[in-house]
Structures are given as C-alpha cells and as structure tokens.
Design a protein around this ligand. Structure first.
Ligand SMILES: Cc1cc2nc3c(=O)[nH]c(=O)nc-3n(C[C@H](O)[C@H](O)[C@H](O)COP(=O)(O)O)c2cc1C
Length: 193
C-alpha cells in the first residue's frame, strides 16, 4: 500500500506529531511530505492544465503530483490559522488543479488532522492552555473547537472536489494533540481496513 502524508505546518510540532501518529498506526511504510521544505509556487491561473492536465510551473510540486497519483492513502494535516488552513496548505491545494481536472485522486482514501490554540479571540501559537480550563467551560471549549473544525471543513471541501474517499478526521485544541492520541491511532488503523 502506498501511503503519503502532507504537512502544511511551518513547524515540526503539533501537526507533525498528529500526522506521524496516524501514519505510524497504519503499520505500513509511508512518506511524510513537509510542504515547508518544498519549493511550491502559487497557481498562476494560466489555464495550461485545462489543455494538458499538466502543470506548467516547474517546481517541487511536479514530484508531488507523481507521488499523489501513485498513493492509495493520503493524510492531510494543517494547523488552524485564522479558521483556515495555512498558506502552505492552501498553495498546495490550489496547485492540485491538474489532479482535479484529470480526476487522478478519485476514490483514493483520505484522512485529515488539524490543531489549534485559541482562546476568547486570542491566537496563541506558542503554549497550550490548561486543558482542564477548556473542559470545565463548555462555551470556551465550543469556541476552541469551532475554529479548528472550520479548518477541517475547508480541507474536507477540497477532498470532496477531488473525489477522494473520506475515512475520517481528528482535531485537537489547546495546541495539545496528545489529548487525542487514541483517536489518531484509531484513524490510522481505519485507513488500512
Ligand atoms: C498566524 C496564526 C494564526 C492562527 N490562527 C488560529 C485560529 O484561528 N484558531 C486556532 O485555534 N489557533 C490558531 N493558531 C494557533 C495554531 O493553530 C496552533 O499553535 C497550532 O498548535 C500550531 O500547530 P503546529 O505546531 O503544527 O505549527 C494560529 C497560529 C498562527 C501562527
């Protein structure tokens, strides 16, 4: 089975941990592509891919197209940035237009992970808040969850456009993915059923 993870985080921290936990739980070999280490230019909307199903922009995305086309399972991960995916993940998504047009990813399995760290309108990307605080205050917990769910929804919409087969998603709040470790492991195991 060919398994690819894609990380849209500029850090090797929470999103990387979540992706690795899911991917390790498959018990299979996998490749984790970290977009921050790649040269991926913006989609320039030239329309070239409408004619050839190929992207004319020659950068690291060319190799990623090949890897995604060969994959059986894809796991996408992005931290939540302003209720959305990171710019790194969005550039990747936009550059998938040739794969959308050619329906190259149709019926491949996909799973999603995201993590946020947000409290009462404040973004905090360095330290997690005390999880007890979030669990005790249901309104706060809902607010913290909703921002990350919006990021997941955005990735979900992309996957629907690509006709990928959604296996599931896991999100974490408090900048603390260890709280959802068992869910991540279950998601990885479900991917190979
Ligand atoms: C520019 C920026 C915007 C952010 N926006 C949100 C947000 O809207 N909601 C949220 O819950 N966390 C937000 N965060 C916090 C990150 O999602 C959080 O720190 C996450 O754990 C980072 O994941 P990483 O360790 O994989 O980089 C933001 C962080 C940054 C840097």
């Amino acid at each position: 089975m060919n398994i690819i993870g894609i990380s849209g985080s500029p850090r090797d921290k929470n999103t990387a941990h979540m992706l690795k936990t899911v991917l390790d739980a498959t018990g299979q070999e996998y490749e984790l592509i970290t977009l921050k280490d790649k040269d991926i230019k913006l989609c320039n909307a030239c329309g070239g891919c409408y004619k050839s199903y190929q992207c004319v922009v020659k950068d690291d995305m060319q190799e990623i197209y090949g890897k995604l086309s060969k994959a059986d399972i894809i796991v996408l991960g992005s931290p939540t940035y302003f209720d959305n995916v990171t710019a790194l993940m969005k550039v990747f998504i936009d550059r998938c237009l040739p794969l959308y047009l050619s329906e190259k990813l149709k019926d491949k399995k996909v799973a999603l992970v995201s993590v946020g760290n947000f409290k009462k309108g404040e973004v905090n990307f360095l330290d997690g808040y005390n999880p007890d605080e979030a669990i005790k205050d249901p309104d706060l917990k809902e607010e913290m969850e909703n921002t990350v769910k919006r990021c997941i929804d955005n990735m979900n919409n992309f996957c629907r456009s690509m006709k990928l087969k959604m296996v599931g998603s896991v999100f974490a709040i408090n900048g603390d993915p260890s709280l959802v470790n068992s869910e991540l492991v279950k998601l990885g195991q479900k991917l190979i059923l």
